[in-house]
Design a protein around this ligand. Structure first.
Ligand code: ATP
Ligand code: MG
Length: 407
């Protein structure tokens, strides 16, 4: 469906006398029979021509030759053939020049498998034998590898990410150049680094990615990241069993023996969102506390954890534990865990028959930190140990606890 729409974009360009091709990732993924998530088009038409031919467009990056053409709600990036000027900051070229030849445009691309174009007749333009590398399952730099990584050091991580996503090896000369140019990675914006790492962890062969990160010493500039991948690498194959990125990061941190503090440091270093950082460090904090490698998941005492973090977080946590230490998904275990949660007569201090104010009045005490402590203790006793949730019973227990504490 989407390809049909993209075809009409190529047809419009061609009937107006321009060349137009599908290019890059979509061609690679079509040849591999993988799902395609965005279709990019290249053309010798200049941005001004593209805008004229497609009134319904978004001027995504005119300076770099890119116009996004809208068709039925889908966007297709149409980019003018271009070469790139000198690279100055290990990432962006200082300028781009529009050119008239497809081959020059393909030459600026990172890997042979990403440097192919396909026309409306499904004819492939493949000057660097990307198809051959696809069939040999190799990530190979276009041109002189060391120069290409030095121009744009993000390519170092892209190589790792593609190897992990596709289960490919890195061609020996390309790999050797990565080892030499690895230090340039420190110049890359941390958000880009994080995005590539996320894609690597989310791939079908994260262990390949971790192995390459270690082998090429890509993170030699960051002791924490280097240690993370070195210490967790051997467990990374388990990541595919997990659904969310927060779970994957948590598993990695825990497998690498990171405590909550070190985990937060890495999250901050990678500028993860507050939400993501909280999710990950909560997981790691609890894992660290319960040390699940000593017991099978069903042998752990889940009650207090269920109370502390609620069912959703607990389920995700149980999945991490299961992925780490069990080989098979055990649905029964998850059902019994959920049952245990649902069975609890109260699930939060808000549901208790007394409030903090009630306690103050009944115990004739000034407000203070004790209220929170006593409420939580009452919660755990009512939820897990059969204490009736009545004002009378709760206040009696509260009095005893406070008296004991004051002794
Ligand atoms: P994905 O499946 O992740 O989208 P992709 O190959 O489409 O993979 P994009 O980042 O969408 O990757 O880039 C589209 C194309 O642009 C690539 O296939 C490649 O030809 C080129 N490209 C992207 N980033 C770079 C880069 N850093 N250096 C050189 N060429 C690049
Ligand atoms: Mg893409």
């Amino acid at each position: 469906m989407r390809k049909e729409l993209a075809i009409t974009v190529l047809q419009t360009l061609e009937t107006n006398g321009f060349e137009a091709y599908f290019v890059g990732g979509c061609v690679r993924d079509w040849l591999l029979g993988r799902p395609v998530h965005d279709i990019d088009i290249c053309t010798n038409a200049h941005p001004g021509d593209v805008i004229r031919l497609f009134p319904d467009h978004v001027p995504t990056g005119i300076k770099h030759g890119t116009v996004s053409v809208k068709k039925d709600g889908y966007l297709f990036e149409v980019t003018t053939y271009r070469t790139e000027g000198k690279y100055e900051d290990y990432r962006r070229p200082s300028d781009v020049q529009f050119v008239n030849e497809l081959r020059l445009d393909l030459e600026r691309r990172d890997f042979t498998m990403n440097a192919m174009a396909m026309d409306l007749q499904n004819e492939l333009e493949d000057p660097f034998n990307g198809r051959g590398d696809l069939s040999e399952r190799l990530v190979r730099a276009v041109g002189v590898p060391a120069e290409r990584f030095q121009e744009d050091a993000l390519r170092l991580l892209r190589a790792v990410r593609f190897a992990a996503q596709l289960g490919f090896a890195i061609e020996p000369k390309t790999l050797a150049a990565m080892k030499v140019t690895a230090p340039y990675l420190s110049h890359i914006a941390v958000e880009r680094v994080r995005e590539e790492l996320n894609k690597t962890l989310d791939s079908q062969a994260p262990q390949t990615g971790c192995r390459l990160l270690i082998e090429t010493k890509l993170f030699a500039y960051s002791p924490l990241l280097e240690r993370l991948f070195e210490q967790a690498g051997a467990q990374a194959w388990r990541l595919v069993q997990l659904g969310s990125l927060s779970q994957k990061w948590s598993m990695l941190f825990y497998a690498a023996d990171f405590d909550e503090e070190a985990t937060r440091q890495v999250c901050a270093q990678l500028r993860m969102s507050k939400r993501e950082t909280e999710a990950i460090s909560t997981f790691v904090g609890i894992l660290e506390r319960i040390n699940p490698e000593w017991d099978a998941p069903h042998e752990l005492e889940w009650g207090p954890i269920l109370l502390e973090v609620g069912w959703d977080t607990c389920r995700e946590l149980a999945q991490i534990i299961q992925a780490c230490w069990w080989t098979k998904h055990d649905e029964q275990f998850f059902e019994s865990l959920q049952m245990e949660y649902e069975k609890m007569p109260v699930k939060s201090v808000k549901e208790l028959a007394v409030t903090g104010l009630d306690l103050q009045v009944a115990l004739q005490k000034k407000p203070g930190e004790w209220i929170w402590r006593v409420l939580n203790s009452l919660l755990s006793q009512t939820a897990l140990h059969g204490l009736p949730n009545t004002q009378e019973a709760l206040i009696e227990v509260a009095k005893k606890e406070v008296a004991r504490d004051e002794h």
